[in-house]
Design a protein around this ligand. Structure first.
Ligand code: GCV
Length: 718
């Protein structure tokens, strides 16, 4: 196309941007996340600057302004040169365009949807140009972030030909943030939502939150805890949510709210919350109208009902579908959706907890309204270090299901353990449900391709708080990052994501990146080893879930007690979920059920999840399950010691502040891994009465010592 002509046409509309200053050098406290734009090596600077000497955009939308300023900020930080904003294409232009702004765009945008983008290096009128094309300004923003990611990670920008569009529509963070500023299962300080001073004061952190999320493709945020207060639906709180929505909108991020089922009774004195009562439905309809008046692009509701003491439709002898559909009708006219959680288990249900969500929801398949999506945790219990995939994935073909991952590490060492969650997310997404034969992966269930759903989603329980580094540690930022990247593209590998994160967070120097990626990639397996090896689960101490408590057996509900999950006795260990036990395996498609029903074909990583085996049961290594358990505890602790050594070797390459924090946290992690190992062995040995294998040290203390430990002020537990 004639670029000069096009550029003349848009000259009048070229964005009038406020000048962007090179970022002031700051201490490396982690605030900048992966958007540091640290100065590049002298050798790389000229090349980088040459690819963005000028930025050409069409239009003046706030989103385009953000994209332009972000590129300016990035290039200024990395090279010291600030790209100009130009109306005409020149050598080294970064050109951001949609078919609407440039009808003769030399890239097809078909298939990119409303959020995707294409990036291509090309020549226009003899000038080298990098063209970012999309169908919307939000797509351009995502493309700009992709390009900046390449620039930061040291990738060559010379020959680019990239197309990227998300397969999953809703890519959300779920904040378990309370209105009083605390965060349930939050280990990074208080909530970043300053409810008290909203809506008048919208601090800069909200913008930085939106930038970080947009940079990895997250497009929605549920602001408040699923254990919701009705107050979040009052007019003052709707105004506060609206203020946040205004900040997030130009970044392509919508807000959603968790709702309390009995809000109509609590706020307006209705006599019931029965979903089939017309007055209740009318109340929700009026409430939805009120919210949409304040937030026209409000996303919808997230609901935890009839779960862990939360009220719900079953209190009125109605089903989850009755409840979800009533709320769905309230938001339907506005284009809103309802995310109805399947995290349910009941104190009066004696069945295996791992089976209860399936039993409740499977019969409701096909009964949900078309703007309802059922949100299912990755596993059937609760965000454990390892769980087999949830049996509902693949079992409700007529219902859109969305994934719920936990980014905050309630059960994986909380803020101080370096346990990179990328491999956990990847393992679940790649798991094969066999629902429609081989290759029916969980990823295909949630991206809608397996069953032809258009409404698709994935949520991550956020690990964000007011700590300067946002996530409680530098390495926890990688979990937020990995969640966003996999939500955008489930086919990415956890390893590649770790690599790009490390390149941006520390340095593109592979001397730094390779050891860091190696540490990260084995770290989740190490946590499994020192906490819940061989398929053990939920042996954390009560309430706060910090540290081991495999001995706990005195809590009111059976499934609150670790002994319920490991069932260790003098003869053996593990939960029999085959036909001779709870038959949870029967909830999976036949090939999967067959594999897990047979102790010999069950992968050892899931052994004790599905089988109760004698202590003398032989593992594939030839050792007994008892010896194998101990060896895994030992391996887990050893891995942390190795991470300490690796990290120490990186001292010359990492800034002092982030080096020292990580070093201190690894020391804590090593101490706690040892504690996990010793306490678990002390307890299981008291049951198995077996000697430790040769070479494994006895626990440092006796069992009573570990049992006596108490942590009344552990964070994240209200
Ligand atoms: C928000 C687990 C956590 C709870 C959490 C619950 C849920 O039980 O320990 O803190 O509550 O899951 O996901 O609803």
């Amino acid at each position: 196309m004639n670029a000069r002509l096009f550029c003349r046409m848009i000259a009048m509309a070229a964005t009038a941007l406020t000048p962007v200053m090179a970022p002031v050098a700051q201490a490396e406290d982690g605030y900048d996340l992966w958007l540091r734009y640290a100065p590049a090596d002298q050798a790389r600077k000229p090349g980088l600057a040459a690819h963005a000497t000028a930025i050409v955009t069409a239009g003046t939308s706030p989103t385009l302004t953000i994209a332009t300023q972000e590129v300016q900020r990035g290039i200024a930080g990395m090279t010291g040169a600030i790209p100009t904003v130009s109306a005409t294409i020149q050598q080294g232009t970064l050109w951001l365009a949609t078919p609407a702004s440039a009808p003769a765009l030399p890239i097809k945008t078909d298939g990119l949807g409303s959020e995707g983008y294409a990036i291509r290096t090309t020549m226009i009128d003899g000038k080298a140009v990098t063209l970012i094309a999309a169908n919307s300004d939000i797509g351009l923003l995502h493309g700009a972030y992709h390009w900046l990611r390449l620039a930061q990670s040291g990738t060559s920008l010379d020959k680019l030909d990239i197309r990227s569009a998300p397969k999953i529509g809703l890519r959300l963070l779920n904040h378990w943030d309370n209105l009083n500023g605390t965060v349930e299962r939050g280990y990074a300080g208080q909530s970043i939502w300053d409810w008290w001073r909203l809506p008048d004061w919208k601090g800069p952190r909200y913008t930085d939150y939106a930038r970080a999320n947009a940079s990895i493709g997250i497009n929605g945020t549920v602001l408040n805890n699923v254990n919701a207060k009705a107050d979040s639906l009052t007019a003052p709180y709707i105004a506060k949510a609206a203020a946040l929505a205004d900040v997030f909108r130009p970044y392509g991020i919508k807000v959603y709210l968790s709702v309390k089922w009995t809000a109509p009774m609590e706020l307006d004195g209705l006599k019931t919350a029965d979903p089939l009562d017309p007055a209740v439905a009318a109340w929700w309809k009026a409430k939805a109208d009120e919210i949409y008046k304040a937030i026209p692009d409000f996303g919808g509701f997230l609901v935890k009902a009839n779960s862990e003491g939360q009220p719900g439709p079953q209190d009125y002898q109605r089903t989850h579908a009755d409840g979800a559909n009533m709320l769905a009708a309230a938001v339907k006219a506005h284009g809103g959706i309802v995310m109805w959680r399947a995290f349910v288990y009941a104190h009066d249900n004696p069945d295996d907890r791992a089976k209860q969500a399936y039993s409740d929801f499977k019969p409701l398949d096909g009964k949900f309204a078309d703007n309802v999506i059922v949100q299912v945790k990755n596993g059937a219990i609760d965000f454990q270090p390892r769980e087999p995939f949830h049996p509902l994935f693949g079992a409700m073909p007529k219902t859109p299901l969305m994934m719920e991952f936990q980014i905050t590490k309630e059960y994986l060492g909380q803020s101080t353990h370096l346990t990179y969650l990328g491999p956990l997310f990847e393992e679940v997404l790649d798991a094969d449900t066999y629902a429609k034969g081989k290759g029916s992966t969980v990823a295909k269930v949630i991206d809608g391709s397996l069953d032809g759903h258009k409404l698709t989603g994935i949520a991550g329980v956020a690990n964000i708080g007011v700590d300067r580094d946002w996530s409680g540690s530098i390495f926890n930022q990688a979990d937020w990052y990995a969640f966003g990247r996999l939500a955008w593209d489930t086919s990415l590998s956890a390893q590649d994501i770790a690599k790009e994160w490390a390149e941006m967070t520390f340095s593109p120097d592979q001397k730094v990146v390779q050891p860091i990626v190696k540490m990260m990639m084995g770290s989740r397996e190490a946590a499994v080893d020192y906490m819940t090896p061989l398929g053990l689960t939920h042996v954390m101490d009560t309430g706060h879930h910090y540290g081991p408590g495999p001995w706990v057996s005195d809590l009111a509900r059976p499934e609150w007690n670790p002994v319920y999950y490991h069932k260790a006795d003098a003869n053996g260990i593990g939960f029999d979920r085959t036909k001779t036990g709870s038959d949870a395996v029967g909830q999976y498609a036949p090939p999967v059920a067959k594999m897990w029903a047979n102790v010999k074909t069950t992968p050892e990583r899931d052994l004790l999840w599905f089988h109760h085996v004698p202590w003398d049961y032989r593992l594939s290594s030839g050792e007994t399950v008892w010896d194998g358990l101990i060896h895994r505890y030992d391996n887990g602790v050893r891995y942390v010691a190795d991470m300490q050594t690796t990290w120490a070797s990186l001292k010359p390459y990492v800034d002092a502040e982030r080096f020292a924090e990580t070093q201190a946290f690894l020391t804590i992690q090593h101490r706690e891994a040892q504690w996990w190992r010793d306490a678990s062995i002390a307890y299981f040995q008291s049951v198995s009465k077996r000697p430790l294998p040769a070479g494994s040290a006895a626990p440092a203390h006796d069992l009573q010592w570990y049992k006596a430990l108490e942590f009344p002020y552990a964070p994240g537990h209200n």
